[in-house]
Design a protein around this ligand. Structure first.
Ligand code: NAD
Ligand code: ZN
Length: 249
């Protein structure tokens, strides 16, 4: 493992364009359970599909109930060392940016500026009818107080968290920018993702096909370990701090 850490540090120093690709595993050390953890909010409930959200007021109520519960976890979470190391690498020119599947906003909280959120953000709420954006905090509080689904103050339309639900397509501009990053990078670090959720999980293979080295850092095996140049297993926060030590030491 130490050899691989040294090797990745060396690749990072050499690469003129490195991209990070992150999933739920980068935020577990901030107290947000990943997709497969027993007891996690995502595991406890039946997800509300986008079609039902659009057509059914009961589904909208169930959606808001689930999101209000998940909100507490996200709102009180703090960035961890893994998020911080990536922000530092962006600031000192070692990292082009982060493509994240996460909706928790912790990369930005740690100081990353160039972040592509493939699945949107739970920190905002968007009106599906007029596009108005609101801070989630305020509307979740309102929902908790009233027990009824808030409506858009501008147009009376349907308000939904600015995240991508099952059955909803990914934002075209974000996906095409992420695709361009993957095609242009020399090194892609895929971290904290089981690499099973497509189309997001198609991005690391795309980077590989277009000539990049791919490094996977994850606690468990992933669907794409076979195609990686190096796989490092363990806690992301610990591993990224170790790689960073080799960058500066
Ligand atoms: P996933 O749950 O499928 O996989 C997470 C991976 O991270 C696992 O393979 C696990 O071994 C690894 N992991 C967990 N903690 C780790 C740690 N401390 N160090 C290293 N590895 C660790 O997650 P995914 O691939 O991101 O897919 C889940 C989907 O659910 C995504 O689409 C995402 O949008 C959503 N989701 C987001 C959040 C969030 O925003 N924090 C949380 C849960 C789910
Ligand atoms: Zn509206």
């Amino acid at each position: 493992m130490e050899d691989n850490i040294e090797l990745v540090a060396q690749w990072l120093r050499q690469s003129t364009m490195t991209v990070a690709f992150t999933g739920a595993g980068i935020s577990t050390e901030s107290g947000i359970p990943d997709f497969r953890s027993p007891g996690g909010v995502w595991a406890k409930y039946q997800p509300v599909y986008f079609d039902s959200f659009l057509s059914d007021a009961d589904a909208r109520l169930e959606y808001w109930r689930q999101k209000a519960e998940a909100h507490t976890e996200i709102a009180r979470a703090e960035a961890n060392d893994a998020h911080r190391v990536l922000a530092k690498w962006e600031a000192n020119g070692h990292l082009h940016g982060v493509i994240s599947q996460n909706i928790d906003g912790l990369h930005q909280l740690a100081g990353s500026h160039r972040v592509l959120e493939l699945h949107g953000t739970a920190r905002q709420v968007k009106c599906l009818d007029c596009g108005m954006i609101y801070e989630a905090d305020q509307l979740v509080d309102e929902f908790r107080r009233s027990g009824s689904v808030p409506l858009c103050a501008e147009c009376g339309g349907r308000l939904k968290h600015a995240t991508i639900s099952f059955g909803q397509s990914l934002p075209e501009e974000v996906l095409s920018e992420a695709t361009a990053w993957c095609e242009g990078c020399q090194l892609l670090l895929a971290m904290g993702s089981s690499l099973q959720v497509t189309p997001a999980a198609n991005l690391p293979p795309l980077a590989k096909q277009t000539g990049a080295r791919v490094v996977i850092i994850n606690r468990d095996t992933t669907a794409l370990d076979e195609m990686a140049d190096v796989v490092i297993r363990g806690s992301l926060a610990r591993i990224l701090v170790k790689i960073d030590d080799r960058m500066t030491g």
